[in-house]
Ligand binder design. Sequence first.
Ligand SMILES: Nc1ccn([C@@H]2O[C@H](COP(=O)(O)OP(=O)(O)OP(=O)(O)O)[C@@H](O)[C@H]2O)c(=O)n1
Ligand SMILES: C[C@](O)(CO)[C@H](O)COP(=O)(O)O
Length: 227
Amino acid sequence: MNKAAVIVAGGKGTRMGAPISKQYLPIGGEPVLMRTLRVFHEVDSSIKLILVIPGTDFSYWEALCDQYQFQIPHVLVAGGNSRFQSVRNGLDTLTWEEGLVAIHDGVRPFVKKEVIEHSFREALQSGSGIAVIALKDSIRKLGDDGKSCYQERQDFRLVQTPQTFLLSKIKKAFQVTEIPQFTDDATVYEHQGWQVSLIAGNLENIKITTPEDLAYGEFLLSQGKAK
Ligand SMILES: Nc1ccn([C@@H]2O[C@H](COP(=O)(O)OP(=O)(O)OP(=O)(O)O)[C@@H](O)[C@H]2O)c(=O)n1
Ligand SMILES: C[C@](O)(CO)[C@H](O)COP(=O)(O)O
């Protein structure tokens, strides 16, 4: 079965507040994105890697690849104005009749190989494999009246990536008009009336979003808790 990964990194990293976009910032001595691409390559070197970045960053990324002698093969695709549009641009480049595709945030470099493998296995079996983790904190639901109420945290999961799908189904799912509820790829898939299948993600698979996340990532690497 053909396998691909669409690594989305078309954002601006506003919340990081850094002079360069967070996907290019060094972590453990190399840009975040190189670490992310390497995990997928090491899972299976036949996975076709599609890297979605802003079109205006292509020459910058190519210079970074030269500087770091980064040679893992990948196809560059220009991103869109939202994550949804960036994913769609990536999917549009995949023309196989059949296959599996993992969609993954470029800024989640600490995903475990086992999670990627599990997501592909589950997608082959049931159509989708969505990485999630249990909550560690208690949660409360806010009401319009300013009050809040208890929620059973075991009924909830935090959603990560990869989110892996049968290519034909996710491509069809993305042929819709974007709505605000599309905060990830699972929501786009289930908009078709299809149920998603969840798999266990890994705690270290944080989305690098704010400066504390970078510091935490460096800590994980220094402790050997992430690679
Ligand atoms: N137009 C966009 C927006 C986001 N993303 C990607 O989607 C992932 C998750 O998004 P987020 O963490 O929100 O990244 P940014 O949009 O870059 O961050 P911010 O909201 O702080 O600007 C990131 O890998 C980001 O690069 C993308 O490919 N295209
Ligand atoms: C896709 C995602 O990483 C799953 O948790 C998340 O929904 C992305 O959200 P963002 O607002 O684009 O950071």
